[in-house]
Design a binder for this molecule. Structure first.
Ligand code: GLY
Length: 461
């Protein structure tokens, strides 16, 4: 946990952005796995973590904007709980640790909210995403569960996004520790990527590194020789020479700050000419995008720069043709690079995504495209100092997408379909780093993870 002043200060800043009523933060509850007492690992809600720091189930926080007071609601353990859980600090003591002077039993929350409702006070809440929270919130507020999301407070969402998007030095340090742990995960995976090994063995090993040295993985490990499926969570293939292995994995620590890194390596450790050509295309897009990052530049512009680099590289190989910038502007690269360049990273691996990407990634100046490919860009607006983002271009050969486009002869002036046909067995390549936007550019976070062809081949030999 950070010192209490950190949480106090965050709530103070929240109060400066909102004017009246109550702000209600429901912490997460345990979620049953296969019967009530056998639960998934507990994960606190990120907004609750950010403003109240406490990391166990069945807590609620209230910021009373009118009275200028903060509250934590939760139950002290009794002797029956102590038998199973050991002695626990009182809710009052826990609240004091995060600078909250007022605490009460969870049942008191009902009365506080009922009174606020009776007085017609505004009750701000963020969009809920877990069934348990949706039911709890619906009961407290008397709003049908299907109506909750649209009743979430836009003012609160904006205030949260403004605060959480800009990471301070302590937050960056926590993220960076997790990138350093991702270094271990990824270099271990690289060394294990030999013909004959089953993907599961590598996936399990790197998840074990995360668990042994940090927290859990920050999202289910993506690891496959079928990297053309962007989020491939099936790990049952046997590695064979000639395939590329995509490893997209990160971890989060006890404060829930996360990392998200992707590397793609040739099974067996040596790139063949075809693999090298596509790899260097993606690498150039990754490097060009990182170089272009600075405050004030719209991320959409950097995405399009990466798209142009992809088109340039594929044109040099002969898979695309024509002018690369024009090809990218018309969306021809999306046959190979159909996703967005990256997303914010922080307490959530897709930071703040639950608040709604329209609030997080777009604004009045930069609106979300409806075009295939660009529509998947989660964040398009101008970057600011303190933002932490992923930069993750890729090139994939998705047989079904190739067949669909080819049948329509789509953008044939930019695509050499005959050559593309011969790459249908290639798979995919993605290269992802986590960066901090600085005053005049950006810094790639963490210990550098092998990325150039030479670095990858060296660590795998
Ligand atoms: N790296 C996984 C994701 O961005 O969804």
């Amino acid at each position: 946990m950070f010192p209490s002043a950190v949480y106090d200060n965050r709530r103070k800043k929240l109060r400066e952005s909102l004017h009246e009523g109550l702000v209600l933060f429901l912490g997460n509850q345990e979620v049953p796995f296969n019967y009530p007492a056998n639960t998934y690992s507990f994960r606190q809600d990120s907004n609750f973590s950010y403003f109240f720091g406490l990391d166990h189930p069945d807590l609620a926080g209230v910021v009373d904007l009118d009275a200028g007071k903060d509250w934590i609601f939760g139950n002290d353990v009794d002797i029956n709980d102590i038998i199973w859980m050991g002695k626990q600090p009182s809710i009052k003591d826990q609240a004091m640790k995060v600078g909250v002077e007022n605490s009460a039993a969870l049942s008191e929350l009902n009365a506080v909210i009922a009174e606020a409702r009776a007085q017609g006070k505004k009750i701000h809440f963020a969009p809920p995403y877990r069934a348990e929270t949706i039911i709890w919130l619906s009961d407290l507020l008397g709003i049908h569960h299907l109506e909750l999301k649209k009743n979430a407070s836009a003012d609160l969402i904006r205030a949260i996004v403004k605060l959480r998007m800009k990471k301070d030095a302590a937050e960056v340090a926590e993220i960076e520790k997790m990138v350093d742990l991702a270094y271990e995960m990824h270099t271990t995976a690289m060394k294990m990527a030999k013909p004959g090994i089953v993907e599961q063995e590598i996936a399990g090993t790197i998840e074990g590194i995360a668990l042994a040295k940090g927290g859990p993985v920050s999202f289910p490990v993506i690891l496959s020789i079928n990297g053309q499926t962007l989020h491939n969570h099936h790990h049952d293939n046997i590695l064979v020479e000639g395939r590329m292995l995509v490893i997209d994995a990160g971890c989060e620590n006890h404060l829930h700050y996360s990392s998200d890194i992707t590397r793609t390596v040739p099974v067996g450790g040596k790139f063949n000419a075809r693999q090298r050509g596509i790899y260097e295309t993606v690498l150039n897009a990754n490097l060009a995008a990182i170089k272009a990052v600075k405050p004030g530049v719209p991320f959409k512009e950097i995405h399009m720069l990466a798209a142009t680099e992809v088109a340039k590289g594929l044109t040099a190989i002969g898979l695309m043709k024509g002018d690369p910038a024009e090809a990218a502007a018309k969306g021809a690269h999306t046959l190979f690079f159909p996703h967005g360049l990256g997303h914010p990273l922080g307490l959530d691996v897709h930071d703040l995504e639950g608040m709604g990407e329209a609030f997080v990634g777009y604004d009045d100046e930069v609106t979300r495209s409806k075009e295939f490919g660009l529509a998947f860009l989660r964040f398009g607006r101008k970057l600011q100092e303190g933002f932490v983002m992923t930069i993750e271009p890729g090139v994939y050969f998705i047989p079904e997408l190739i067949d669909t486009w080819k049948a329509e002869n789509k953008l044939a002036e930019f695509i050499n379909y005959d050559l593309v046909e011969t790459y249908k067995d290639f798979g995919g390549i993605r290269i992802e780093d986590d960066i901090l936007v600085t005053a005049d550019g950006c810094r790639v976070l963490g210990k550098p993870i092998p990325k150039s062809v030479e670095e990858v081949e060296k660590i795998m030999c």
